[in-house]
Design a protein around this ligand. Structure first.
Ligand SMILES: Cc1cc2nc3c(=O)[nH]c(=O)nc-3n(C[C@H](O)[C@H](O)[C@H](O)COP(=O)(O)OP(=O)(O)OC[C@H]3O[C@@H](n4cnc5c(N)ncnc54)[C@H](O)[C@@H]3O)c2cc1C
Length: 285
């Protein structure tokens, strides 16, 4: 299907982009276009103005501090994440996920901010950002506000970014000596996932803190609090964390579709949780 005609603006600054977005009740930011252009071609949305933010240098930066905290501009592509040595040292899992998202064509255009703002329940980054306790910095004509990632993802294709607002950047606290695990069951190689889990563990023989976030099995990233509670104070061994993983399926009611039944997705939530937890066990130094 062909896209409907749409106005296009390419502002030179974030301030101009926000001004363009607020000038029109039906304007949309265009980042990598890897989701939005498909949406327009399928006529699932009909914005009247596209505000192209893909080349704004103000949104294309990666800052990593000595303590390992990082700030990533919303228009940084997956490929740029993958290529940042400083970010790889501070947040290796984020770079690894970027490096394995879809294919090189999509990685050269798709942006971390676009991925977060699109918020497909099967998107790669939202559960990881919640697990990493990211803070999302949103800008508008009224100023800047910060929203914890856990409160940013409302539901399918819906986030805390409102009309006239722009996701500016994503802040990540230092990882320290915590371990990170990320596991997905994919429909096919280089494709969307059916179930996904991200786990972060801090441990010193026993687990001091566990944070487990599921993707694909709920309308938005979902904390597996039952697993987290079972792991608190438990021994940090593969057998022990595996035994806690089935609690990830508790209370889930995932959708059924052409790719998998809801029941299958529910069962796979425990499988990916188990794998992510084993990967997240910190290696003693
Ligand atoms: C063949 C194919 C397979 C794919 N498979 C996967 C996959 O397995 N996993 C996965 O995670 N993704 C997948 N994607 C989607 C891809 O990751 C997209 O790049 C991503 O979903 C959107 O990022 P984008 O930069 O292209 O955003 P765009 O498509 O430009 O925008 C997406 C939405 O976010 C809004 N937006 C973008 N940036 C901002 C901002 N800074 N502030 C406010 N709103 C903003 C736009 O207005 C739009 O509504 C796939 C895409 C393709 C083409």
């Amino acid at each position: 299907m062909l896209m409907r005609a749409v106005e296009y603006a390419r502002p030179d600054s974030v301030a101009d982009a926000i001004s363009a977005l607020s000038s029109h009740p039906n304007a949309r930011a265009l980042a990598g276009g890897q989701s939005l252009i498909n949406v327009l071609k399928h006529r699932l949305a009909a914005p009247e103005l596209l505000v192209d933010i893909s080349d704004l240098s103000e949104l294309r930066f990666i800052d990593v501090d000595d303590d390992g905290s990082a700030t990533i501009g919303a228009a940084v592509t997956y490929d740029e994440l993958d290529r940042s040595g400083a970010l790889r040292r501070a947040h290796p899992k984020l770079c690894e996920v970027a490096a394995t998202t879809v294919d090189q064509q999509v990685r050269c255009r798709g942006t971390i901010g676009g991925n977060a703002c699109y918020n497909d329940p099967a998107s790669n980054f939202p559960p990881l950002l919640v697990a990493l306790e990211a803070t999302m910095r949103i800008e508008s004509a009224q100023g800047t506000r910060s929203v914890p990632a856990e409160e940013f993802f409302f539901g399918p294709f819906d986030t805390a970014v409102g009309q006239g607002e722009l996701l500016h950047s994503i802040e990540l606290p230092p990882l320290g000596d915590r371990g990170v695990g990320y596991s997905s069951i994919l429909i096919a190689e280089d494709s969307w996932a059916l179930a996904r889990a991200c786990a972060i563990l801090s441990a010193n023989g026993t687990i001091e803190q566990a944070r487990v976030v599921l993707g694909c099995v709920a309308p938005a990233p979902r904390r597996a609090t039952g697993v987290e509670e079972r792991l608190q104070g438990a021994e940090a061994t593969p057998d022990v964390v595996r035994a806690a993983a089935p609690a990830a399926s508790e209370g889930l009611d995932p959708v059924s579709d052409v790719h998998a039944s809801g029941e299958y997705r529910r069962e796979m939530a425990a499988v990916v949780t188990s794998r992510a937890l084993v990967e997240a066990i910190p290696i003693p130094i």
